[in-house]
Design a protein around this ligand. Structure first.
Ligand SMILES: [Zn+2]
Length: 309
């Protein structure tokens, strides 16, 4: 199975002419979710041709402005669109009060849109089901930054293998409901009493794709946990490794450290993001590639297709 990842902003702290503040879309055929919502995120969605009406959830890692400041504007646009379908918003404890204050000041303009708010604390955990029909589920885990911060693991549900309809017909199955039973892995009894089992008629299970999103953080166990065997780990890489000490003082990682996290976690691919405006991104990526061959630097509005192994 596959999904698309589209970075809308890959800069740390503040936007530059080339890079916006942190935001990244995870898109599959059933809908999409936004990881972080730095200013400019909704413009990124427009450029990518993503409909805000299909947005299921906004997952905020922490409340620093470069990850949050786009949210009031995005919510206002959804309100103006007249959306009445709830939007799930998850973020660290305190995000509810912040939104409440903004709402009281008239800064949100939600209209009739309800927000399903999830305040994260402690060890995080699985988020409640996003929406019936969405194939994406989310788990949150704490990261290690200067303020309470949570990373996310977004997983597509596995899909049952496809039914070989021709082979099933050859064995005498003809009715739609019986095809459905076989697809669900159950045997069916034909009118002449013959029992047809799904064995040999169903292809292999299609594994869902998994993306982990871990910023801002120093290298930490939470990021390794979230990135375990992921098809893609998105990890912050604020500085080149020569400034790793500075990175740690500010609660960040170098690209090389992001690659070490990805390697330890067994993540198949690594997307580096959250670059300080002062770094040479090519150097950060080159350092990471020495550790993890499938590391690349994210570029704003350049989508990546991620396919499950
Ligand atoms: Zn940041």
């Amino acid at each position: 199975m596959r999904l698309n990842v589209i970075p809308f902003g890959t800069s740390a702290g503040r936007p530059t002419l080339q890079r916006g503040a942190s935001a990244l879309a995870v898109v599959d055929e059933t809908g999409w979710m936004l990881c972080d919502c730095g200013e400019g995120a909704q413009l990124g969605a427009m450029r990518a041709g993503l409909s805000l009406a299909r947005l299921d959830a906004v997952l905020i890692t922490h409340l620093h402005g470069d990850h949050f400041n786009g949210l009031p504007g995005l919510l206002g646009s959804l309100g103006l669109d007249g959306r009445s379908r709830p939007l799930l918003v998850a973020g660290p404890r305190g995000i509810g009060k912040l939104l409440e204050e903004l709402g009281r000041a008239g800064a949100l303009g939600l209209g009739d849109m309800p927000i399903e708010l999830i305040e994260l604390e402690g060890d995080g955990g699985p988020l409640p089901s996003i929406r019936e029909g969405s194939s994406l589920s989310v788990v949150a885990r704490p990261l290690s930054h200067r303020t309470p911060t949570f990373g996310f693991r977004l997983s597509q549900a596995d899909r049952p293998g496809t039914l070989d309809v021709t082979a099933a017909r050859a064995r005498g199955v003809s009715s739609g409901p019986q095809f459905g039973e076989l697809k669900a892995g159950r045997s069916v009894r034909l009118s002449d009493g013959t029992l047809v089992s799904p064995e040999g008629l169903i292809g292999p299970v299609q594994r869902g794709t998994c993306v982990a999103y871990t910023l801002d953080t120093v290298p930490c166990a939470g990021a390794i946990d979230l990135g375990r065997n992921a098809d893609l780990l998105v990890h912050e890489a604020t500085y080149e490794h020569a400034r790793a000490q500075l990175a740690h003082e500010r609660g960040h990682s170098s690209g090389q450290e992001a690659a070490e996290v990805a390697r330890t976690a067994g993540a198949r691919r690594l997307l580096l993001t959250h670059f300080s405006p002062s770094v040479d991104v090519n150097e950060v990526a080159a350092e990471a590639q020495l550790i993890h061959a499938q590391a690349v630097a994210a570029q704003d509005n350049e989508p990546l297709e991620i396919v499950s192994s």
